[in-house]
Structure formats: C-alpha cells, structure tokens
Design a protein around this ligand. Structure first.
Ligand code: NAD
Length: 496
C-alpha cells in the first residue's frame, strides 16, 4: 500500500548526477556532458543525466555484443533465465514506490496511476515473460522419412530499445522483458525527459544476477544517442515506441545501415463511440473522461475523438462535463490529485497550440483550454473539451498527446464507422452499446489494434497491443511479443 507520508519522504530524496549504465557499471558519457532534469511539478531542476552520444552507444553495443557472444545469458538454460528474471521482478516490486515517485518527479504522472502503471506493471511483465520462456518449444517439421527437419528459435543478438516519456517503465518492460527472456542483450535509450527510472531498472537487473553487458542504458538526446543506436551496424533490431516522425526515421536508419529489424508502436487518434443504447450513459461519461484525461492525456491509446449518437448527445455531454470538472488537477505526488502535470513546459506549449488552432478552425470550447496552477512553476493544464469538431480540423486528424478531447456527433452506425476510420492511425477504440450484434459488427469494422466494448482502456499483459495503419507494426505484450525477439533457424538433417 502507498501512503502520503512515505511519498513525501521519497520526493525529497537526493538524485544528483546519474551516469550511463554500461557493462554492469555506471560510467560517465565519454564527452563528460550532461543534461539537466527538470521536474514538471514545479519547473525546477532536480537531477542531471549523462548526455550520451555515438561513442557511448558504440561502447554499450560492444558490451552487449560481447555478453551475447559469451553465452552466459544467451545460451543459458531457459530455467536459469527464468530464475534471474523472477528475482528481477521481485526487486522491482520491492522498490516499487521508490521507482514510482522518482518517475513522477521526472514526468508528472499522478502517483496513483504511476504506481500501478509503472513499477507494478513492469514487475508483472517481467514475471510474465520469465514464466513463459521455458514453455517456448522448437518444432519438428513434417518431412519425408529420410530427413529430420528441426526448427530452432534463437535470440536475435543485440536489441536496441527506445521508449517515450509517458510510461517509460511499463513500455520499456514490454520490450525489455521478452527480449531478455529470449536471450538477447539490450541497449536501452530512455526518453531524455524521463530517464531516471530506466537507469534504476538496469541496476535492479544487475542485482538480480543478470550478467554484465546484457542490460545497458545510454541516456541522452534522441537525435544524437537515439540516432546512433538506430544507425548502428551491430544492432540486430530496434524496438521502438514513440511518435510517427521518429518511427519513420528509424526505418530510414535501418535502410541506411544494416537492415536491422524495426518494430514500431506509434501514436493514435482513437475513436470512442457512444451509441444511444449504451448500458449506462453516466458511467460511460465517467470512463470516457478518464480515458482521455488521466496522465494529462499522455496515453498512446487515449480516446481523443469522442463520437456521440445525436439522440443522446445533450444528455451525454452534460454527464461528460460533470465528470470532467470533477477531476482534480494538481501536484502529481499528492494522492488526492486525479490528474498530474503535463510532462514538460514544451509539451504544454504544444498542447496550447492545438487549443488555439481548434478555436480558430471553428470548434466550440466546452471547458478548459488553458494552463492552470502557473504559480507552482509547474506545467498543468485544465482538461479540455471541444465540440462541433469536423473531420477536416487538425483536432480530428493529429495526435495532441495532451488533455484535449474533440467531440463529434453521428446519426447512424454507418456514419460512426466512417468517422471512426477517417484517420491515418489505428491504435485503439471503444464502442458503448447494449446490442451484442452492434458490438460485434463494430469490432469487425473498426481498423484498430484494440476495440474496447463498454469500457475504455484496461487490458493486461495477456493480450497484444499495437497499431494498424500508421500506428505502427509489431505487437507488444502477450506471448506473441516473444516472436519479435527470436529468429527461426532450420536444421535439415539427412538421415540416410
Ligand atoms: P518521440 O518519438 O519524440 O520520442 C520517443 C523516443 O525516441 C525518445 O526516447 C527519444 O529520445 C527518441 N528519439 C527522438 N528522436 C530520435 C531519433 N532521431 N532517432 C532515434 N531515437 C529518437 O516520442 P515522445 O514525445 O517521447 O512520446 C510521445 C509519442 O509516443 C506519441 O506519439 C505517442 O502516441 C507515442 N506512444 C505510443 C505508444 C504505443 O504503444 N503505441 C505508447 C506510448 C506513447
């Protein structure tokens, strides 16, 4: 259980200057340069991270390659990997509150959500893949009698992991855990504005017994350290979550270097569709408000386009407004806050740019639309709703990644499907209806990696997450994720 006193003690912990984690130990960036870490809670610096660059990536990749070639992890019995990863999960759980508070100081997510979604979820993910890995079998091919065809599953080698700042531990673990479980060595490039928890994660992995060089972390800027990882000739795959433009760059880097595999989990503009026969409009409104505004809308699957059937539009909007204005925005380390800070001053400015554009294009502001709590020095934004949004407006097309909801109304199911799919993205969606047939038709009709029915969000590690269309390709989570980190090798044996 978490309590306010412990949180208040942990929030004062000295963090200081954090170094890179390479070959099982902390090292400075070769340039000696560092980046300030500014908390979005109050706009003040509270730590620094090493500003890693190409030379540091080279060093980390060399360390990972050496560890991989040595085989003490890559060729270890799955049962041994399982034991170490299980210990790793236990350590993450043991340090969960420390990790959660550190992460919140870095990125501003409300602590109640961060605690569950970050360390606890990461620990669960690590445990899931630890338990799975000694249940992955090779195959015997149905060949002719004089031949034995064996299909082996082998780790890829060195995997680069690049993640965003909204949930670095949770999203990091979705890649780190299956990659390690399968026997790979990894180099993680955390997001520059939220690196601290992933550095700590690497230390906990070492404490759990992961051999040196298997888990390396190089902090630094995406355009420098991230690019160097993407272009590296000795990296076998990149597992990425982040924005579309950076995803495209990673594909180019692969083409320009060694054709490494690239798995992309990108953004979304997910439709949340409320039919007039939704089982409980009030509950749908509360869940929909949470589905866009928690973590200040910085959730890849956020339901950022709300489609409401005309006959219940006014009633639903009343309930939505009530649920939204009830959300308390404030210090993310206060257990009483429902919504914390926007991750950085830059992101807040970007969000306000979307607000200005929506108003200019003729959408009607229902609530919010402004920075609040400016006296704290932090980056806080009021949950914002625009209605009368049309398909052509920026708010209907582009991902804000902030607490801004665009609302449209529809008359028929056909119109709802057309509007829902009128986007280049295809990450998530939801449908609210009491009609089983409508629900199933919508699940088939919506082009997205997940369709929620009578809920928004909510999933566990057993189901895959990933996008259709420009929301990317490759799936995180579930047993399917292991496939990304293994390769198939055929042995064709002549039996004479
Ligand atoms: P971003 O693309 O700017 O950065 C993501 C990571 O890429 C960071 O670690 C960054 O340092 C690195 N990076 C930046 N430039 C790079 C380059 N040239 N080469 C290599 N790496 C580089 O994204 P962000 O602003 O951190 O995160 C927000 C985005 O992430 C949103 O679009 C959001 O939808 C997406 N996201 C997707 C999912 C999902 O599962 N599909 C989950 C969370 C966030």
């Amino acid at each position: 259980m978490i309590n306010q006193d412990t949180i208040d003690t942990l929030r004062k912990a000295e963090v200081g200057a954090r170094r890179l984690f390479i070959d099982g130990t902390q090292v400075d960036a070769q340039s000696g340069a560092s980046l300030q870490v500014i908390s979005p809670i109050d706009g003040r610096p509270f730590a620094s991270i090493a500003d890693g660059a190409a030379a540091d990536i080279d060093r980390a990749v060399a360390s990972a390659r050496k560890a991989f070639a040595k085989g003490s992890w890559s060729r270890a019995a799955p049962a041994l990997r399982k034991k170490v990863l299980t210990k790793f999960a236990e350590l993450v759980e043991k340090h969960a509150l420390e990790l959660a508070v550190l992460g919140v100081r870095d990125n501003g997510t409300e602590i109640g959500m961060a605690y569950k979604a970050e360390p606890l979820s990461a620990a669960g993910t690590i445990r899931y893949y630890a338990e799975a890995i000694d249940k992955v079998y090779g195959e015997i091919a149905p060949t002719a009698d004089n031949v034995l065809g064996l299909i082996h599953k082998e780790p890829l080698g060195v995997v680069g992991v690049i993640v965003p700042w909204n949930f670095p531990l949770m999203i990091g673990a979705w890649k780190i855990a299956p990659a390690l479980a399968a026997g790979n060595a990894i180099v993680v490039k955390p997001p520059e504005i939220a690196s601290l928890t992933l550095l700590r994660l690497a230390e906990l992995a070492a404490e759990a017994g992961l051999p040196e060089g298997v888990f390396n972390v190089v902090t630094g800027r995406g355009s420098v350290a991230g690019e160097a990882l993407g272009l590296h000739m000795d990296v076998d795959a990149i597992a990425f979550t982040g924005s579309g433009p950076v995803g495209r760059r990673l594909l180019e880097y692969s083409a320009r270097s060694n054709l490494k595999r690239v798995f992309l989990e990108l953004g979304g503009k997910s439709p949340n569709i409320v039919f007039a026969d939704a089982p409980d409009l009030k509950q749908a409104a509360v869940v929909s408000a949470n589905g866009i505004f928690r973590n200040s809308g910085q959730v890849c699957v956020a339901g950022s386009r709300l489609l409401v059937q005309a006959s219940v539009y006014d009633r639903f909007m009343d309930e939505l407004l009530k649920a939204t204005t009830k959300l308390k925005v404030g210090d993310p380390l206060d257990l009483g806050s429902d919504v914390g800070a926007v991750s950085s001053a830059e992101q807040l400015t970007k969000n306000l740019g979307f607000v200005a554009k929506a108003a200019e294009e003729g959408a009607r502001l229902v609530t919010g639309g402004e920075r609040i709590l400016a006296e704290t020095g932090g980056s806080y934004m009021a949950p914002t709703i625009f209605e009368n949004v049309t398909e052509k407006m920026q708010l209907a097309r582009e991902e804000v990644f902030g607490p801004v909801l665009g609302v449209m109304r529809f008359e028929t199911e056909e119109e709802a499907v057309r509007l829902a799919n009128a986007t280049v993205y295809g990450l998530a969606s939801a449908v609210w209806t009491s009609n089983l047939s409508t629900a199933h038709r919508m699940v088939r009709a919506i082009n997205a990696g997940v369709v929620h029915v009578n809920t928004y969000g909510g999933a566990d590690i057993t189901v895959p997450l990933g996008g259709f269309k420009q929301s990317g390709f490759g799936r995180d989570k579930s047993l399917h994720a292991i496939e990304k980190y293994t390769d198939l090798k055929t042995a064709w044996i002549n039996l004479g």
